[in-house]
Design a protein around this ligand. Structure first.
Ligand SMILES: [Zn+2]
Length: 149
């Protein structure tokens, strides 16, 4: 399986360091709209046309250096966004829908879904054992002329 749509596991400690809380509301709008413009009305992962794109922050996690780095802000359809945040989605009772969407986009079986999820959960546990994450948002600072809160 070529995993087009992946899960993104955010360590607990980083839950509140999202861009929306770091940026002024107007600046978050600039970042968000830039992603929507690049998307051209289509989800950047599954390609579906939708009027309601959602901005998703893509972070990478370097466990050795305890570094959370912003890689991109992308525009996704609601279904792909729900898969990205699978734990929250499951808690909200939409786990089956998310599983079906994952299988459709990645053209895979239910077993492959569960295997990928187990792997992602391991990653989540590993990242949670790291303490003192620092945040690198140079992507944002290089791309936009905005100030942090
Ligand atoms: Zn999508």
């Amino acid at each position: 399986m070529k995993e087009k749509l992946t899960f993104e596991m955010v360590p607990e400690e980083c839950w509140y360091s999202n861009l929306r809380s770091i940026l002024q509301p107007n600046d978050w709008d600039i970042v968000r709209r830039d992603a929507y413009a690049r998307a051209g009305g289509r989800c950047m992962i599954c390609g579906r046309y939708t009027k309601r794109l959602e901005a998703h922050e893509k972070w990478s996690y370097d466990e050795e250096r305890a570094l959370q780095k912003l890689e991109d802000v992308v525009a996704l359809c609601h279904s792909c966004h729900e898969v990205k945040h699978i734990s929250r989605t499951q808690l909200m009772g939409r786990g089956v829908e998310a599983m079906e969407h994952y299988q459709k986009v990645n053209e895979c079986s239910q077993m492959e879904f569960h295997a990928a999820l187990a792997k992602a959960n391991e990653e989540y546990l590993r990242r949670n054992r790291v303490e003192g994450w620092t945040t690198d948002i140079s992507w944002l600072e290089n791309k936009f002329d905005i100030k942090l809160r």
